[in-house]
Design a protein around this ligand. Structure first.
Ligand SMILES: [Mn+2]
Length: 380
């Protein structure tokens, strides 16, 4: 039996030295000398409780003293959608799809950088508890949570710069509470908005006789609301557009909100470098910038699991290339939204969502610490 085992192991390339040891003897020796961490802390990617990329989990809202530099925060909210609901399950799906990201296998070859083994402490802050039965309460909860997460705590290495977040949605309206909190720190923000849709629609573009304050905010009007509230600059970009419109007057409304529009077809008709140049020519590199990625910017072939599909979208490799090409911008926050796993096939959408979050984290850590002069004076 032992000879057969040796022959099989040799055939598989295992060294002869190992083959000569008795299997029980190896186990015994290892038990005598190894620490608990050596023996039991080596989970395979498919094992363990799912945090994003196996990062340490802290309930950051319950523990304001936990220091960190960049964090993931789940926002399981989807009651502002106009079509297919289900993105409340996005954060847990993205976390499950992120399991092949680990600090040991976290090196991003496109960026030549491992965001999980650098200066920044990167953690998973869990989810914001959001009610699914009252949107006015939900937006209050999300806004207060983001304010607490960002305003009330300091990052590890700096007393003057708050930590940064990549939010895992949730429908796209979660951008608004995130930007409200960031605005209190940095003032107006440039927005780079990867999406098939404009999301700058005024609420009356959704035809309904019935109206209330909370019906102003939905996942197609939150950028309009952000502009109304003075959260955005004049240097904003939509990228990947191919939405159907009410008419060209939608673009006139969009113009008043100071967005440059890059259409989905531009990436193959004019090329990826055209898209990169348009973004970099519009967004000043050293001013606070928010990157929001609706996964429906990708073609439905890669995003069955989303709420409002639009045929003719980008390839994942194209989106990744664009994100890598704008990594020099000053990203103070971002999100990945509209992953809706009930419609997803074979975790394709959620795996793309996890990759996008990884690219955003890579950019935020690679760029380095935020310049304290960007933080509003009275907050230092
Ligand atoms: Mn959107």
């Amino acid at each position: 039996m032992k000879t057969q085992l040796a022959a099989a192991l040799l055939a598989s390339g295992v060294s002869a030295t190992f083959v000569h040891l008795d299997a029980n003897q190896v186990a015994f020796q290892s038990e005598q000398s190894a620490s608990l961490e050596e023996k039991w802390d080596g989970l395979w990617p498919f094992q363990g409780i799912n945090t994003f990329a196996h990062l340490d989990h802290h309930k950051c809202l319950l523990d304001p003293e936990t220091p960190y530099d960049v964090a993931l925060i789940g926002v399981p909210f989807d009651t502002a959608v106009s079509y297919r609901p289900g993105a409340r399950f996005g954060p847990r799906a993205i976390r499950a799809a992120s399991q092949r990201q680990t600090s040991l296998r976290g090196y991003n070859q496109r960026a030549n950088f491992n965001p999980y083994q650098s200066w920044a402490k990167v953690i998973d802050c869990g989810d914001i508890p959001v009610t699914p039965v009252d949107n006015s309460v939900a937006f209050l909860q999300m806004t207060e949570a983001f304010k607490e997460l960002i305003s009330e705590r300091k990052s590890v290495d700096s007393t003057s710069v708050p930590p940064r977040y990549v939010a895992l949605g949730g429908d796209h309206s979660i951008l608004l509470p995130h930007m409200r909190a960031l605005h209190k720190i940095y003032g107006r923000l440039n927005v780079i908005h990867f999406d098939a849709h404009l999301d700058t629609w005024a609420p009356d573009k959704y035809p309904s006789f019935w109206h209330s304050d909370q019906s102003e905010i939905n996942h197609g009007s939150m950028l309009w609301k952000a502009h109304e509230e003075g959260l955005t600059t004049r240097h904003n970009v939509h990228a990947g557009l191919r939405t159907k419109l009410s008419g060209l007057e939608d673009y006139e409304d969009d113009d008043t909100q100071h967005f440059l529009r890059i259409h989905a077809d531009d990436i193959w008709l004019k090329g990826p470098e055209y898209v990169v140049k348009q973004i970099l020519d519009t967004v000043p590199a050293d001013t606070p910038t928010y990157i929001s990625v609706d996964v429906d910017v990708l073609d439905p072939a890669f995003t069955s699991g989303t709420g409002t599909q639009e045929p003719g979208g980008w390839l994942p490799r194209e989106l990744i290339h664009i994100l890598r090409s704008i990594e020099g911008l000053t990203v103070v926050g971002g999100d990945v939204v509209e992953v809706s796993p009930a419609y997803d096939n074979a975790e394709i959408t959620s795996t793309n969502g996890a990759q996008i979050a990884y690219e955003l984290i890579t950019s935020m850590v690679k760029k380095g610490k935020i310049d304290p002069s960007l933080v509003a004076r009275e907050l230092i």
